[in-house]
Design a binder for this molecule. Structure first.
Ligand SMILES: Cc1ncc(COP(=O)(O)O)c(C=O)c1O
Length: 384
């Protein structure tokens, strides 16, 4: 059976061949870990890691490559910030469209009596109104944390305007770029971000198991490390090194993953971010136009495609989403994701809780022929 992969919002697939080559090359030519020995190969691994930080800092306009910290994924990067900067009595402003990687740590910090947070409700199309963010601020607000785009409905948030609010009030600002890095231009300075959290395995075309945090703030010492251990530096001290990236990077890094991720960034630069965005949005437009011809399909949000990622959620009337996703996979080989997509708040906001939706998310390697095939499949399922 043919395979059509429309779950790029979960993990992009396939990867550019150069990503796989970069991982192979690391094993074939280096294979050892950086910062763990003074021999030549170890130093070469260290140089590669530094070069990776430079590529990423340049891509996101992060002023200092040493402040590009590698983590396992964006969930770790977000936890590093929430657990690293928030102290007893702090208040956080977030939105009702967040992923559990933000919602759960915030709720845990609240339950343990450390912080309080306000959830600004997104509108019926999944957008956050910056004025509501402003109104939610309190005298003890320390941080605004938001996703750049919803992983369920694809709504792209006014991150720059909200960055202005953070700047006006001297607040820290953390952006979850899981759904946008690699397909929407992101400039840390322009958005006034203190923290940009990214994950490698989605739009950045890297392998799973690698992500990171870019930091740009006046006093980074407010960011306490919450995982401590070996860094290959200052081994005589029992205290964690103060300097970045070692302050946050304990334990042996995923160097092969980082090499693959770097090749992913280079692929995007070579191909052109605008070209990637254009192709993905053409696919989305094609798909939505086809769905709009089928009255049984209900699409949530996605009315203004200039404020949308290539991801859309829908249901077929009187049909369970899990069943639809199952038939698409089993009968047609079309891979989608049904349910709550780790974002129950987002579904509550859009009125799709607890049943959820079926999410179609497109990527650079998808084609218009695949969209036509899927629209035919949907018609057949509806008429069955
Ligand atoms: C908006 C958003 N935030 C966070 C995550 C978590 O990503 P990861 O599993 O790579 O940590 C995802 C992944 O689906 C996401 O879409």
């Amino acid at each position: 059976m043919r395979q059509v992969y429309f779950d790029n919002a979960a993990t992009s697939h396939p990867k550019p061949p150069t990503v796989v080559q970069a991982i192979n090359e690391y094993f074939n030519t280096i294979g050892v870990s950086p910062g763990r020995g003074g021999y030549r190969l170890g130093l070469e691994a260290g140089r590669k890691l530094l070069a990776a930080r430079e590529v990423i800092a340049d891509f996101f306009n992060c002023p200092d490559p040493a402040k590009v910290v590698f983590t396992m994924n964006i969930t770790y990067a977000i936890n590093f910030v929430l657990r690293g900067v928030l102290k007893k009595g702090d208040h956080v402003v977030t939105s009702s469209i967040e992923h559990n990687s933000v919602a759960r740590p915030l709720e845990a910090l609240k339950k343990s009596g450390i912080i309080d947070y306000t959830t600004v409700k997104a509108d019926g199309d999944g957008f956050i109104n910056p004025d509501k963010i402003r109104k939610a601020l309190k005298t003890n607000t320390k941080l605004i944390v938001l996703n750049h785009a919803s992983n369920v409905f694809g709504s792209l948030q006014p991150a720059e305007e909200i960055g202005g609010i953070a700047g006006d009030h001297g607040l820290l600002y953390l952006l979850d770029t899981a759904q946008t890095a690699g397909s929407i231009p992101i400039d840390m300075k322009r958005l006034n971000l203190s923290f940009l959290a990214f994950t490698g395995h989605k739009g950045l075309f890297g392998p799973p198991g690698v992500g990171g945090l870019c930091i740009d703030m006046d006093d980074e010492t407010v960011l306490e490390p919450f995982i401590l251990g070996g860094t290959g530096s200052k081994s005589h001290l029992l205290e964690q090194p103060e300097a970045f990236p070692d302050r946050l990077e304990s334990g042996t890094p995923n160097t092969p993953g980082i090499m693959g991720l770097t090749a992913g960034f280079e692929f995007i630069k070579r191909t052109g971010l605008e070209k990637i965005r254009q192709h993905e949005m053409d696919l989305l437009k094609h798909f939505i136009a086809g769905c709009n011809d089928l009255s049984e399909i209900e699409i949530y949000g996605a009315r203004d495609l200039s404020r949308q990622t290539p991801c859309v959620s829908l249901n077929i009337k009187n049909m369970d989403g899990g069943q639809l996703s199952f038939i698409l996979d089993q009968v047609y080989g079309i891979m989608t994701r049904s349910g709550l997509h780790c974002a129950p708040w987002a579904h509550e906001t859009m009125g799709t809780f607890p049943g959820g939706t079926v999410r179609f998310s497109f990527g650079w390697f998808n084609t218009h022929e695949e969209i036509n095939y899927t629209l035919t499949a949907l018609k057949e399922i509806i008429n069955d």
